[in-house]
Design a binder for this molecule. Structure first.
Ligand code: NOJ
Length: 542
């Protein structure tokens, strides 16, 4: 048990590292495990000089042809030499654990690489025992069996195999054939993979596209439905979100339950962003995922009322006894600093967004570099690497802009590498580096660090309950976070204007714990408050 009856993945903060882009130790322009080890002290050395995160989620580090930069795995039980060796991984695990940092691996089990030995066997003949480990179909009159569409290739997701004269399914790129989770032998092999890293000591898995695991057994076509956010052409009722997926989640959970203190956080990528209730179903009856990613904020415009609505919906959707989570940025979406940018106000907005993420009830997932305000980089066509970005250019932005090297200092390649990085360093605004921000009290990095450490020492913030104090907000959010012993009031002004608000929090003046405009320790009344533009304020009762 961690703090106040909560487990580490509930009270703690998870930091996502995209390993190619965090720190390069061997100067080949690609980040690696030794690089990450060298930066562990930055993440948490046990003192308030470090960021203070509790867990790292590593995007995939397994052997891969890198068509989708590791989300196409060719060996589930090894480390790609680009990132290091298994020995390096064990060193990372041990050194992270010494610092109290947990390690979460990415588990990509909806599909493999087409170079995985399982697929090579599967495609070798129709009679091969692993044929049925993947999804094969003879097609209809020489055509694909249905209208299922590839998310990255922007055409049919069915790929013709000349040798065996059947189609296989690949919903991302054609090099990512989809596994057949209805096959018991495949399941058994995957459970073995899951045990392998848990036995080594990893603390959990981030599970890729959970709601895509099972496909309709009758291979029915999806209804067409064109939408822009996120871009899609279909309602995915037959190739995703099948009810049987929940059974798979339960089986995986029962394996993980055999280990102590491990966790599963799953990506439930819904084309309909309003489907939070569907997402929450993946918590099951506390017998599926420990956390189902809530992506509502990734697509949320800058508006206090809309944030409020999303929080309320999510709080209501989470099954009894389960725990929420929030994310502002990840490796698939434009960085939020840029999404919320406004001339002269971006820095202030980034602080309000960070305060929201770090003070709501639920596990915060941070994306590397957000703590220094890394922006979504503009990548020239020649530098594009993301298969989706290359395919969809110039219509869709692709994902490279969110994956540029971590900006440590103002040397040529940002302190990430001394060689030309695999993606260009995002922006050369030298205030956007760890070096420039670490000793500056007003920096975004100091803001994240101070608030993270305050959160750690404040049970109401990391483990307490949540209750809104303004029920129909316009410009300011205000909420109570509380345990039996502690009452905290969080006030966030999303606007560039002064706001007057009335709160029913405390009859007597409260102590300022943390904020952007006022000094901690001062007292102020909470019944009528004047909140300054983009002010963040945390107050304690009593
Ligand atoms: C979701 C991952 O987040 C994304 O990066 C990847 O390309 C696809 N799944 C395919 O694995």
């Amino acid at each position: 048990m961690g703090n106040h009856g909560k487990l580490w993945w509930q009270s703690g903060i998870v930091y996502q590292i995209y390993p190619r882009s965090f720190q390069d130790s061997n100067q080949d322009g690609v980040g690696d495990l030794k690089g990450i080890i060298s930066r562990l002290d930055y993440l948490n050395d046990g003192t308030k000089d470090s960021l203070g995160i509790d867990a790292i989620w590593l995007s995939p580090i397994y052997p891969s042809p890198m068509t989708d930069f590791g989300y196409d795995i060719s060996d589930y039980k090894d480390i790609d030499s680009l990132f290091g060796s298994k020995h390096d991984f064990q060193e990372l695990l041990a050194k992270a654990h010494q610092r109290g940092i947990k390690i979460i691996l990415d588990l990509v089990i909806n599909h493999t690489s087409d170079q995985h030995p399982w697929f090579l066997e599967s495609r070798s003949s129709k009679e091969n025992p692993k044929r049925d480990w993947y999804i094969w179909h003879p097609g209809k009159k020489g055509k694909a069996p249905n209208n299922w569409f590839s998310a990255f290739e922007l055409q049919s997701a069915w790929w013709w195999d000349e040798k065996t004269q059947e189609f296989y399914l690949g919903t991302f790129t054609r090099q990512q054939p989809e596994l057949n989770w209805r096959n018991p032998k495949l399941k058994e092999a995957m459970m073995d993979v899951i045990r392998y890293w848990l036995d080594m000591g990893v603390d959990g898995y981030r599970m890729d596209v959970v709601n895509w695991y099972i496909k309709d057994d009758q291979f029915r076509s999806n209804p067409w439905h064109i939408q822009w956010t996120p871009p899609d052409l279909q309602r995915h009722i037959y190739d995703r979100n099948r009810p049987e997926t929940h059974e798979v989640c339960k089986e995986i959970r029962s394996v993980v339950n055999q280990y102590q203190d491990r966790m599963l956080v799953g990506e439930i990528y819904m084309e309909n962003l309003e489907s939070v209730e569907e997402v929450a179903k993946y918590y099951g009856n506390q017998d599926e995922l420990h956390l189902a990613f809530n992506f509502a904020f990734l697509h949320q415009k800058w508006n206090a009322a809309c944030f409020h609505k999303q929080i309320q919906r999510w709080e209501k959707s989470i099954p009894q006894g389960c725990w929420p989570n929030y994310t502002l940025s990840n490796h698939d979406q434009a960085r939020h600093y840029s999404r919320y940018a406004k001339k002269g106000e971006s820095h202030s907005r980034a602080k309000v967004a960070a305060a929201l993420l770090l003070t709501l009830r639920g596990t915060p997932f941070l994306y590397y570099g957000e703590e220094i305000g890394m922006e979504n980089a503009k990548i020239s066509r020649d530098d594009l690497r993301d298969p989706l970005g290359v395919k969809a250019w110039p219509f869709l932005p692709g994902r490279d802009g969110a994956r540029t090297p971590m900006q440590w200092d103002n040397t040529q390649y940002g302190g990430f590498s001394s060689s030309k990085p695999w993606l260009p360093v995002g922006n050369h605004d030298f205030s956007k580096t760890v070096q420039a921000q670490k000793d500056s009290p007003d920096s975004l990095l100091s803001f994240y660090r101070n608030l993270i450490w305050l959160r750690k020492s404040t049970p109401a913030l990391h483990s307490g309950k949540y209750e809104p104090l303004i029920h129909s907000p316009k410009h300011c959010l205000a909420y109570r976070r509380f345990t039996q012993e502690q009452q905290i009031c969080v006030v966030l002004n999303f606007s560039n204007q002064k706001q007057t608000i009335r709160l029913d929090f405390s009859d007597s003046p409260c102590q300022i714990l943390f904020g952007t405009h006022r000094s901690p320790g001062e007292k102020m009344p909470t019944n009528i408050m004047e909140i300054l533009p983009y002010e963040v304020l945390l107050l304690a009762k009593g």
